[in-house]
Design a binder for this molecule. Structure first.
Ligand code: HEM
Length: 496
């Protein structure tokens, strides 16, 4: 209904009174904007000694580089990790030979981790045990997928030499006992080649991998490269909230512009995915990042042997949906509360529980603060602020639009598996959020008093609005076409 109204108003913005008074001045000032960090943030990381400690400096990356190798006392675990990947030993890694599970059963001791308190070691142990767990549970699926193109069933029980230490370490760091995006696969899995240089793509190497092929390397490290820019978002978000609280319009506009510049850099880094990880090879390592929730490979969940909790477990798999940059943006610009009230939006909220404790706390703080101070309302009181807000919404659109294109090219073209690694329905979930951003762009752009803007800014607003209208039209058609295919007929079954 709303989409129809949106489509019918492609000529949305009346340019009746084009002001020449401010031509380019405000845009020029903002182009020169530097991060400010007003320091007035009313929030502290609740877990002071955790490796993931949100700050303007490291953003959402850990505060020190991940531990690359386990200490000698975990020798058997370290050896299994090194022998595990598909490409280890010239392509004869344990997973490639289908021998990983039996080697874990035969060689992995039941380590007692109850006395470990060192946070860096705990983080590395969590990363490594979650790799072990996923490789163990999904090894049969990868073999089956290579033979038949479908995943079959995974192992339904996690043996106690993985399950018990994994639960111990997960509890100590406040995580679910399963592979996570930040705490294991992506953001705790890189080393810097030159320690004096920043964590940018060309200076990064992987620590662990299921395949260790160049495509997995590219896939994971593009995420890290992007997140290495997230400190700017953290600072700019804090400054934006502080500016509204102080009713400081100048600080507000500069902070929004800083946020926009941060998103622009991050989106540019995201676009390098195409050349760093081949869309046609994604399925060669993807099996192992699937979860146990909403996955036909685990119809009854997984039993954790040796755990006092005898219930079958269902956990979402590793997914960029657990990254914190887009949720931060959704929360700061009050998009989270504008998501439609439907089961798909509930899935988005559920994803937000899979992340480091400090990330989660920061995101919740920003969501509450943005609502309390009224970031959107404050922006809309001034045409220029509203235009900078719109540029930010457009970057969130850019991210989600590229991301939907990734999903079609890397996944949907190569498999008809109904759910993504995080267990969301593959053809409906991402469009739910993209549609919501497109609608927000429509609303904000339609409410800007163009007569108060310089010509350059008017053109920017106009271009953003037109692009949003046409993308919504295409998206609706695509989703409707997918839903008519029998493979995707039961997508609603996975919206939980
Ligand atoms: C080849 C590249 C990629 C593919 C095929 C891909 C695929 C997907 C899929 C299918 C989902 C749905 C959630 C689920 O797993 O169940 C998802 C969610 C998500 N991914 Fe990715 N992803 C890619 C790269 C990235 C990168 C580089 C980032 C950067 C951090 C990222 C961030 C996200 C976010 C934020 C969401 C949630 C989307 C939303 O809130 O609307 N992804 N991804």
């Amino acid at each position: 209904m709303f989409a129809r109204a949106f489509r019918n108003s492609v000529r949305p913005v009346a340019f009746a009174a084009r002001s020449t008074r401010n031509v380019g001045t405000a845009s020029r000032v903002l182009r020169q904007a530097q991060p400010l960090n007003s320091g007035s943030i009313n929030w502290e990381n609740p877990v002071k000694d955790a490796e993931f400690f949100v700050s303007g400096q490291n953003g959402f990356l850990p505060r020190q580089d991940p531990l690359e190798k386990l200490p000698e006392q975990y020798k058997e675990l370290e050896e299994l990790m090194n022998e595990m990947p598909l490409t280890a030993n010239n392509g004869k890694g344990l997973l490639a030979l289908g021998k990983f599970g039996e080697q874990v059963d035969a060689r992995l001791p039941l380590y007692d981790l109850t006395g470990v308190t060192d946070q860096r070691l705990l983080a590395a142990l969590f990363r490594d045990y979650t790799f072990l767990a996923s490789a163990y549970l999904l090894e049969p699926c990868d073999i089956q997928y290579l033979k038949t193109g479908s995943y079959g069933l995974g192992r339904q029980t996690l043996p106690k030499n993985i399950a018990v230490p994994l639960e111990v370490v997960a509890e100590k760091i406040g995580a679910k006992p399963f592979m996570e995006y930040a705490l294991s696969y992506a953001l705790y899995n890189y080393k810097r080649i030159d320690k004096s240089k920043p964590a940018k793509y060309d200076n990064l190497k992987l620590i662990r991998g299921f395949s260790m092929c160049p495509n997995e390397h590219g896939f994971i490290l593009v995420h890290v490269d992007m997140v290495s820019n997230s400190g700017r978002l953290v600072t700019a978000a804090n400054d934006t909230l502080a500016a509204v609280r102080k009713d400081d319009r100048g600080l507000f506009d500069v902070s929004l512009e800083n946020y926009f510049q941060g998103l622009l850099t991050i989106n540019k880094a995201m676009d390098t995915m195409w050349k760093r990880s081949d869309p046609g090879k994604y399925n060669s390592f993807r099996t192992f990042i699937m979860g146990t929730k909403n996955q036909p490979m685990f119809p009854n969940g997984v039993i954790y042997e040796g755990s006092p909790n005898k219930e079958p477990r269902f956990y979402r798999g590793e997914s960029g949906a657990n990254d914190s940059m887009v949720p931060l943006s959704d929360n700061l610009f009050e998009l989270t509360s504008q998501m439609p009230d439907n089961p798909l939006s509930k899935v988005l909220k559920d994803f937000r529980s899979y992340r480091p404790v400090n990330h989660h706390s920061f995101l919740s703080h920003v969501e509450t603060e943005a609502r309390n101070v009224g970031v959107q309302k404050y922006a809309m009181k001034n045409a220029f602020s509203a235009a900078v807000l719109l540029k930010n919404l457009d970057q969130i659109r850019d991210f989600r639009h590229r991301h939907w294109t990734f999903t079609k090219e890397y996944i949907i073209k190569n498999t008809t598996h109904p759910t993504a690694t995080g267990g969301s329905p593959i053809v409906t979930w991402l469009p739910n959020q993209l549609t919501s951003v497109l609608n927000a762009i429509y609303n904000v752009s339609g409410s800007i008093d163009m007569s108060k803007l310089d010509l350059e800014t008017q053109d920017i607003v106009d271009a953003i609005r037109r692009r949003g209208v046409s993308q919504l039209r295409v998206l609706e058609r695509e989703v409707s076409d997918f839903q008519q295919q029998k493979e995707y007929a039961d997508q609603s079954k996975y919206a939980n």
